[in-house]
Design a protein around this ligand. Sequence first.
Ligand code: SF4
Length: 248
Amino acid sequence: MRHRIEDFASWSSQLALHLDCRHEIVPDDPHGTIGVPRFRRSLAWRIALRPGGLVALAIQYGHIRTAMSAGYAARGRGGIHELLDIETARATADTLTTLHDDLAAGTGISGPAARRAIHAAAQAPAFAGSIRTHRQARDILGNPALTVYDNPQAFLMCVYNRDRALCHRLDIADTPQLDRCQPSCANVARADHHADQLLRQATSLEKQAASEALPGPLADRLSQHAEKLRALSDRHHHDRLHTQEPTS
Ligand code: SF4
């Protein structure tokens, strides 16, 4: 496996060179070749922390746990399932820390789960930067008061509570299905930047709808969708709370 990882890094760098994508070349490492543990860590980090990674995680989590923990990861301590937990807990901590800082800077928040999000963000300073072990990660992921997932694709945060989730299917593990997010869910919270993103997306759709090249029915559908996004943004500005307001 070690040789295959090295071969993969070398193949990837040659392809990047061939395609003139020099920024994608795998750089030489002062600590030696990339071994299995570091490759696993990169994989877990990329799944959990890259933009959209949590969506991938939500889709793949069950599969990875089944396929990897039953085989490869179960053969040694510290398998990829533990790394995924650690990186997922770090992603959650990052979301909460960012929200905590934004709220302190005056950002407003709206949605049925807004008050729960404010409570969760208030706990961010207690664990920011302190997640190093699997046990710490499990403590955070197992705390229902802290399960906040950013979902930029849906322009919202999911303050996850399984009993209120609208995205759940019976056969899926206990994680939100971010790719199946329903705007009417009771776990939705939106910050000001989500409302800004809604407006930007609405403007982009309206521009596309105005194109003469677009068939009428498709243009109508884009316009209707843009209208819905604008309505969500308006509702955010109408309902938004500040942390100075009482949260109980
Ligand atoms: S539907 Fe609800 S629980 Fe599911 S991802 Fe969206 S906000 Fe979270």
